[in-house]
Design a protein around this ligand. Structure first.
Ligand SMILES: [Zn+2]
Ligand SMILES: [Zn+2]
Length: 440
């Protein structure tokens, strides 16, 4: 609100309002409450409510002005004045001061308070709901002041408080999730391998720095193979570190067949509600060793046969999450391979064999493991969909639409490529423009 608007609303322009308030005072003062019928009582309550809101709006102005004087050094803090002269408890005075802060940001609410179309409680709900929110999340919650005001005017304080609190929680969770997913992809990007020879000892050294998820996968594979190595004759007495090293070397030596040989015991622990609805107050979503993971990542892992999600309900009961319903069967993979030569992303040449089978509607939200809900995606595009929050739609004819997180459609067309499309050559990524996706 500009200064001009503010002074306008405080003086001459408010004659209509002042007239209404005077009538409300008259009505309250002259009413014979003891003999009033229900309709009259309702009218009296309406009048007192309107007056109360208007008085609060005056207090907001007083608080604002006290603040100006306080900053200039000629008055104490507004809370003190509201308590000492305003006759409010310290706690109420603090709430009233916060109400003024909300009005500074939301001028429409301030005039609605003066008009009596909303109550103190609506403003206090905003102050409470936004406490502790990040600036970005708060900006998102309050971005549409008109819609918020309509919702406040149309619902009582309790309902408005509850709705706003839920909305604030959802927005905060979405922001946290985005930050968490960003963190994991940053860790993934910053992962590295370094090898060098220590010239003093002549030993070769290798340093692997990995994001927590791939680190867990690596160690799950090593530990799984360690058990095999240990069972061999004469190996039982060797130090564990030696055997573990043997396991690593053997695993690396299996080269291309590693993917098939992997006996993955990687499990992530997640509670059912988080998986189905997203982050909530008591979300559990982490590797077995307790490293927190973004929910989108765990949802992506649910598409993959190699990772076993351990899903908890009510914090304890482990739901049986078998592979059979969750991931595509061999027959389904064969059927998909018959139409998809490569990843279903329009500009991707990664071959089907190296793809994961993605559920368009995730299984944890009731998506079936049926061909019309499954597409092959390479690891990069699988990440793009889950962690990158892209949306894909698949029609009956297997044409697809790729939609960016901002709602913009980036591609709409065929997803199948068993017969190479002439314009694109044979799976070569040249000259077809930037693929819809973030570069990694
Ligand atoms: Zn997926
Ligand atoms: Zn791809």
């Amino acid at each position: 609100m500009t200064e001009a608007q503010r002074s306008h609303s405080a003086t001459g322009g408010d004659e209509l309002l002042i007239g209404r308030m005077l009538r409300a005072v008259e009505r309250l003062a002259s009413a014979n409450v003891d003999t009033a019928d229900l309709a009259t009582l309702n009218e009296l309550l309406d009048s007192s409510r309107r007056l109360r809101s208007w008085v609060s709006s005056v207090e907001v102005k007083v608080t604002r002005r006290t603040n100006e004087l306080h900053r200039a050094g000629s008055a104490g803090a507004p809370e003190g004045l509201l308590a000492d002269r305003g006759g409010q408890s310290a706690a109420d005075a603090k709430v009233a001061a916060e109400r003024a802060d909300v009005c500074d940001e939301m001028p429409l609410f301030e005039s609605a308070l003066a008009q009596g179309t909303i109550d103190n409680g609506h403003l206090d709900a905003i102050a409470r709901a936004t406490k502790g929110m990040s600036d970005a999340a708060k900006a998102e919650l309050l971005s549409d002041e008109e819609a918020l005001l309509a919702s406040a005017a149309g619902s009582n304080v309790d309902r408005f408080t509850r709705n706003l609190r839920n909305k604030a929680r959802d927005i905060t969770a979405a922001h946290d999730r985005a930050a968490e997913a960003d963190k994991l992809s940053r860790q993934r990007r910053n992962s590295r391998i370094r090898s060098w020879i220590d010239h003093d000892t002549g030993m070769g050294k290798t340093l692997l720095e990995l994001d927590p998820l791939r680190h867990a996968e690596l160690h799950a594979a090593i530990e799984a193979h360690l058990a095999t190595v240990r069972q061999r004759d004469g190996h039982g007495d060797l130090p564990l570190d030696q055997l573990r090293l043997d396991a690593v070397i053997e695993l690396v030596g299996t080269g291309g067949t590693l993917a098939e040989r992997r006996i993955p015991e990687v499990s992530v622990v997640v509670d059912w509600r988080t998986l189905a609805e997203g982050v909530h107050g008591t979300t559990l979503c982490e590797t077995r060793s307790g490293i927190p993971l973004p929910v989108q990542t765990v949802q992506r892992l649910c598409c993959e046969a190699e990772v076993l999600p351990v899903v908890l309900r009510n914090g304890a009961e482990v739901l049986h999450v078998g592979r059979s319903h969750r991931t595509a069967t061999r027959a389904q993979r064969r059927a998909l391979a018959a139409v998809h030569r490569t990843c279903a992303h329009p500009h991707c040449a990664v071959s089907f064999e190296h793809c994961q089978i993605h559920h368009i509607v995730p299984w944890e939200r009731g998506g079936a493991t049926d061909l019309d809900n499954l597409v092959p995606l390479c690891s990069r595009h699988h990440h793009l969909v889950h962690e990158g929050l892209w949306t894909i739609h698949l029609r009956d004819d297997r044409s697809m639409r790729w939609v960016q997180p901002n709602g913009e459609t980036c591609f709409d067309g065929p997803s199948t490529d068993r017969v190479p499309r002439e314009s694109e050559g044979f799976g070569v990524l040249v000259g077809s423009g930037p693929p819809p996706g973030r570069s990694r």
